[in-house]
Design a protein around this ligand. Structure first.
Ligand code: PEP
Length: 221
């Protein structure tokens, strides 16, 4: 099963969520044999949930706190997300770059995700970033090389596949490894044709219903 993960970052409003799903019903037909996961911003999780409830489409969060609970203004915990989403992104490159997430904090986020039955999609830019992983059970990795995110300049599928192989060796488990970085409907098939790449993490091309439907269509055809 290939994963198609939409990272909506800090985009969309409740009204825009409604519009997105009103014009993307075809996703339901395409969702067979692929795991389609939407990662909206926190305030939109309920709106997306209302749209996809009873369908095979899945929900993820873009982040979670490294803490269980307490006086951490503005944070959202795994405990609060439990039962609401199936997946959670951990260590996305924008979290690393703008919020300086690294090391122990990321390791604790992984612990929180696993404690609350949220499947982490751990994003890494280089194999050394994998050192914070203590328990590779029930984990998905997403290789997102620097310079490819939102630039229109993706990695080559063969390089992404060889990093995926290396990553599995480092964590010591046969886990799914996704590729992310300027994936579009035009190039998704080349990445998914690599047996070592288990899916894609997509930002820009997931925002517009028609480009996302086209991408899902290309991925599942
Ligand atoms: C991302 O947000 O993880 C991403 C890969 O973005 P984009 O598809 O826009 O490069």
């Amino acid at each position: 099963m290939k994963y198609l993960v939409a990272n909506w970052k800090m985009h969309k409003t409740t009204q825009e969520v409604r519009e997105f799903f009103a014009t993307s019903r075809e996703l339901l037909r395409l969702a067979k044999g692929v795991e389609i996961v939407f990662c909206p911003p926190f305030p939109l999780i309920h709106s997306v949930r209302d749209e996809i409830i009873g369908t095979p489409l899945k929900l993820g969060a873009q982040n979670l706190s490294a803490e269980e609970e307490g006086a951490y203004t503005g944070e959202v915990s795994g405990r609060q997300l439990a039962g609401m989403v199936d997946y959670v992104l951990v260590g996305h490159s924008e979290r690393r770059k703008y919020f300086h997430e690294e090391g122990r904090e990321l390791a604790n986020k992984l612990v929180q995700a696993s404690r609350h039955d949220l499947k982490p999609i751990f994003c890494f830019e280089k194999p050394a970033d994998l050192a914070v992983i203590n328990d590779p059970t029930d984990l998905i990795l997403a290789y997102e090389p620097p310079g490819t995110i939102g630039t229109g300049h993706p990695d080559t599928p063969s390089n992404a596949a060889s990093v995926a192989v290396q990553a599995r060796k480092i964590v010591g488990a046969q886990i799914p490894v996704l590729y992310g970085g300027s994936v579009t409907a035009a190039n998704v098939k080349e990445f998914l044709a690599q047996p070592d790449i288990s899916g894609v993490l997509v930002g820009s091309a997931s925002l517009n219903p028609s480009s996302w439907v086209d991408l899902v269509h290309a991925a599942s055809s």
